[in-house]
Write a protein that binds this ligand. Sequence first.
Ligand SMILES: Cc1cc2nc3c(=O)[nH]c(=O)nc-3n(C[C@H](O)[C@H](O)[C@H](O)COP(=O)(O)OP(=O)(O)OC[C@H]3O[C@@H](n4cnc5c(N)ncnc54)[C@H](O)[C@@H]3O)c2cc1C
Length: 630
Amino acid sequence: MSAPLIDKYRKMATFDWRKLKAAVEGEEHVRLKAEVVAKMKSEPIFHRDYRVLSREEHREVVHQRWKKIVEWGLFKDPYSDLENFHALTETLEAYDQGTSARLFLHGNVFGAAVKSMGTERHKELVEKIENNEVCISIRDSAHSHSATHVVVYAQLHVDGKNEGLHGFVIQVRCPRSFQTLPGITIGDMGSKPGCWQGVENGWMEFKNHRAPLSALLNKGCDITPDGKYVTSFKSASEKQSVSLGTLSVGRLGIIAKGMMACTFASTIAIRYSVARRQFGPEKGVENEVPVLEYPLQQYRLFPYLSAAICIRIFQKTFVERFTEYMMRVMMGEKSEELSEFSKEVHALSSGAKPVATWLGVESLGEARKACGGHGFLHMSRLNTLRDDNDPSQTFEGENFMILQQTSNILLGKVRSLGSIDTPMSTMSFLNKNPSKFSSWSSNPVDDVLSAYRYLAYHLLQMTASDANKLKNSGKNAFEVRNEIQVHRAVNLSIAYTEHTMIDWVQKFLEDVEDSTVKNVLQKVLNLFSLFLLERHLATLYITGYASGGKFGEELREKLRLAVAEIKPESMALVDSIAPDDFILHSALGASDGRAYDHIMEEFRKYTNEQPRWVCDLAQFLQKRSQHAKL
Ligand SMILES: Cc1cc2nc3c(=O)[nH]c(=O)nc-3n(C[C@H](O)[C@H](O)[C@H](O)COP(=O)(O)OP(=O)(O)OC[C@H]3O[C@@H](n4cnc5c(N)ncnc54)[C@H](O)[C@@H]3O)c2cc1C
């Protein structure tokens, strides 16, 4: 039985949340996710409470859950069964990122690296990966207890010549005894916050270790039996189309972590904000209003609700385009167009990963504060989720560092301004010098996109001009690259990425058939786009997009209006994105809206607990009172 108040908010919506969910996620995806959840609910190993586990307990339970999923045969090859793969990924990511890291780093990131960079020589290993007969890790960190094979990216030196970065797949342990092979030492990195406690990040040392030649992932390059390095790539950019693309896989997945963080934050905080009543226009408990009624609370939470939906649509579109790209790489295509595709995928994934993860971590912090003191409790899951999501800002490229990849690629386009044509068309707006602000139209998203085009165009020009000035003043390339970052290249990468995100969501909306769903999604995108643009207000004025207060004042007014328009839709929007209660696992955010009942149910588990140190306290107090009497 839902609480009457949450039902009241649900009834305010102008649309059917199930239809919106199906339009955004796809009916098949929703159905497949429900199947995974049902399986997990039926298996005790997936049941959990709010206890904090020790490192060993945590890792063991992650291992048992991973084993169960493998035994169920739920893990499918992403390139042959994309729908099932996405349903499982999303469910596990929401359930516990530690379990999903174990499964997907193995099957997706490691498997994709070996498949895309390896050849016939690695076929047997690929089969073993697919059958889960070996246990893997990636790059320079190992699964400290369980990895049997690793993919290492290292500089290849042949006959004293450095041939550049190459991928290698190396066996590091015996898969039966789990003893490390000669010349290899592996250790753990110690405790980590949140779900990462359950993941065995480790260190690895190679000393005089001899690996067979087959360790080299040799698509497009090899070493002949007489020790000569050969490559079939005509240019370095052709070679990039293999390595850059595979490196983007992880970042694409991390964009979804940002989406999931916004999903959890808004689901938990908005549902709780209806249950929590505080103050009112008149005295008396019965007159207190749900805190969701406060415009300030709405302003703090609804942008993240809109971000959850918009990032999902953007990420889904990106994954579709990326899959086309990867298929071409795996088919062995080598072309200038594919190499351009690779650069664009790299530029966009390097921008979208920071934008999405910053929003995600920010949303959890805001949600925790918006839930007051109860948000701080473990049973809210908000602090744990913030710990879980925190490293998403760091791994697969620290956010500020990786943004430089985006701006580097954009800066490379400066000379060809006027004729930029990339496979995903994300940079074509740079062909035209955009006009300044004149007035707002009836469609705020069009206006926001115009402002972003101006912003990105001018930031690109300013960054390039600064780089030229620095170069002419005698600075070397390293100094130039570093000195153009603050206020310039970083903002450029963010503006380019946010423009693409908004543009792709806008295009997605054009194809939504149900008018009620389309209408509410438009409100969601209005809010998301105005919310993001407002953060660039100062730079828009500095770059001369507008002068005087009118533009800024109207932008903020439109933002407040966009927030207010979401209020009646908010509870149904939350229902459309919220994971099943079993996956959500939050006493504050359950779908029945009975946050206080669930909180009290948890509190009551701790009645009359008497820890051992209370005897010590009693003795101490007694001693103090005896002293006082003397
Ligand atoms: C939970 C977790 C799991 C991980 N799992 C894996 C894994 O499975 N496999 C793996 O290979 N790695 C893994 N990593 C490592 C991760 O990929 C790296 O931590 C990440 O890429 C950042 O690199 P770094 O730690 O060397 O940061 P650093 O490069 O040391 O960065 C430190 C600071 O310096 C700044 N900085 C660095 N270079 C520049 C520059 N050029 N300009 C301006 N600022 C700069 C950064 O922005 C950052 O603020 C994991 C990390 C975490 C936290």
